[in-house]
Design a protein around this ligand. Structure first.
Ligand code: NCD
Length: 359
């Protein structure tokens, strides 16, 4: 039995297989109508969501299954102080698979360790969002016909934007992918992406503050919202919130076959006038999310027929360092061991196993 907490848990072959299944679902939806009959998806959303939750629910319904769950923490026992682990154990009694969104980084991982059914990370704080990446990969594949030899520009809040982190983790494993990271200096990508993914695997990337300068070289432009809810200092958000606005003038600088993506919701970072440009793929991207979630649910439920729990990798684990990230699940979850792993032995760098911040 397998969960999906980080996109790195899926190999490139598995990502390609999910894309193939999703395309088959698009072409032959009727083949899949009864695949999840009598199966239940629990959507445990401790943080607001429109697309992710509804697309998970639509995905399960289109597979012939049913859904149960909640869409805000206040309507769950979390408001009475229940731990994530206990909630996961309880929901394992009632459902066959869980999709969990949580404001605390590492919460779905903790749930997956406690649950006896697969857990899908539907976004954990500013950390990861693997199923948005599945939507993104299908979108790039359908819009551009390939996932290799791409120059991908990511623009906006690269620090707190969890979709950006998972997308870099996934696409950096394809051949010939280069990144142009466009952000204010305060919102650059975090260390667990910079060092553990880009530097470690020598993936080419450049960093810039100028969207205009980056524009002509891009095959994909991935715009993001400045993540207001993750800022500790509201004044900093006010200062940075209008950093980038993609408008029709800037679109003129782009390749004819570029594709503009955005996980949505947008605030003001893409002018509504851009929506009419054929290169604007963000609404198609939201639809692709449903097909990829269908493919993922099918895969995880199929694998769950073999109930052996995937062993947690304990190599290099250290328990004497306490994570200082206030948004980490380890800051609040009852009796959760503080565990970190050495990610760079030469520099003696440890990262928390829940949120991947340096400890
Ligand atoms: C994203 C998220 O929740 O991280 N939205 C989504 O899942 N489609 C992006 C965002 O909220 O800005």
């Amino acid at each position: 039995m397998r969960s999906l907490i980080s996109i790195l848990e899926l190999s490139v072959e598995e990502l390609d297989q999910l894309i193939t299944t999703a395309k088959d679902i698009i072409d032959h939806p009727e083949k899949y109508w009864d695949c999840c009959k009598h199966k239940k998806l629990a959507t445990l959303f401790f943080e607001p969501s429109t697309r992710t939750r509804l697309s998970f629910e639509a995905a399960m319904l289109e597979l012939g299954g049913t859904v149960l769950g909640f869409s805000e923490a206040s309507s769950s026992s979390a408001s009475k102080g229940e731990s994530v682990a206990d909630t996961a154990k309880i929901v394992s009694c009632y459902a066959d698979i869980i999709a969990m969104r949580h404001p605390r980084e590492g919460a779905p991982f903790v749930a997956s360790q406690a649950a006896s059914i697969p857990v899908i990370n539907a976004g954990d704080g500013g950390h990861n969002h693997p199923t948005q990446t599945l939507a993104d990969l299908l979108t790039i594949s359908r819009e551009l016909g390939r996932l290799d030899n791409l120059t991908i520009g990511l623009c906006g809040d690269l620090k707190y934007g969890r979709t950006v982190h998972s997308l870099i983790e996934a696409t950096s494993r394809y051949t010939g992918v280069k990144f142009v990271l466009i952000s204010p200096k305060e919102l650059k990508i975090p260390g667990f992406i910079r060092y553990n993914v880009l530097e470690k695997h020598q993936v080419p990337y450049i960093e810039t503050t100028s969207l205009e300068e980056a524009m002509p070289q891009l095959d994909v432009l991935y715009m993001t919202r400045i993540q207001q809810e993750r800022f500790e200092d509201p004044c900093e958000y006010e200062r940075l919130k209008d950093s980038y606005i993609l408008n029709t003038d800037k679109m003129q600088l782009a390749k004819e076959k570029m594709c503009v993506m955005h996980p949505l919701p947008r605030v003001n970072e893409i002018s509504i006038k851009v929506d009419d440009d054929p290169r604007a793929a963000y609404f198609r991207q939201a639809l692709n999310g449903k097909y990829m979630r269908m493919a993922l649910i099918l895969k995880l439920l199929e694998e769950a027929k073999n109930p052996t729990k995937v062993a947690f990798d304990t190599t290099g684990l250290v328990s004497d360092k306490i994570c200082s990230n206030p948004k980490c699940i380890s800051a609040v979850e009852q009796e959760l061991p503080h565990l970190s792993r050495i990610t760079d032995a030469a520099e003696n760098i440890h990262r928390c196993i829940y949120c991947e911040q340096r400890v």
